[in-house]
Design a binder for this molecule. Sequence first.
Ligand code: HEM
Length: 241
Amino acid sequence: MWRSTIGKKTIVAVTGAILLGYLVLHMAGNLNSLFGPGGAEPRVDWYASWLREFGEPLLPYESVVWMVRAVLLTAVVVHIIGVVQLSARNRAARPAHFPARKIGRSWESRLMMLSGLLLLAFIVFHILQFTTLTIDVTPLEHGAVYANLYNAFQEWYFVAIYVVALVFLGLHLRHAIWSLAQTLGLDSPERNRGIRYGATGLTVLLVVGFALVPVLFWTGVLAAPDEESATAMINSLKGRA
Ligand code: HEM
């Protein structure tokens, strides 16, 4: 399957669908921030600790999170290798002196490599900021998700980085969802209009859903975290470790 072009395209589509599924869940999870700092514990912190405890007591603490991480990492790596190999095959198959732009591809389709590369750079930066807490320009604490987001998104440049990344995510996704439907054979002359609208709708939903978090923190709609609740959260996580 990996050796044939159609097989490779299918694998790229399926790994893309896995990553898309993750994005939908991640966006929905992030929206817990919109409940604000809460009384005892911000809802988004409670959600984040629930994710880590998921599967207990049958499975050890954080094991489901690590399984999801393994699936995502494999999907990203296979997706990228597949795309690079397919584009090399395309180039090799193109007659000499036949410029790519004459093939009638949309500008979004030509932007796929660039938007994909920028997204990869963003994901590395994003994990270093909010998961490993390595980029600690603003105060960060393990488990205090609401406070971490609040502090980061008081800085205009972090808001700008996230909004620009989301624009590239939108460009990448709209074309990706359309291509995914084609590769999986879901397209047909009667359905194509619906698929295009569906791809645009899902893309707008994801981009707006993700963008709400930095924008609402930055504009002050979401209040500062309650110091006591952040400390209680950190202590409870330290107790588990
Ligand atoms: C404004 C938009 C976003 C916000 C506010 C946000 C927020 C966060 C936070 C707080 C974490 C750490 C969660 C925790 O430690 O419990 C996280 C992890 C992560 N995010 Fe985002 N995210 C955003 C957009 C994205 C996008 C667009 C992508 C992918 C293209 C993405 C991919 C990831 C990944 C892969 C992780 C690591 C998950 C893990 O293994 O722990 N995020 N995000």
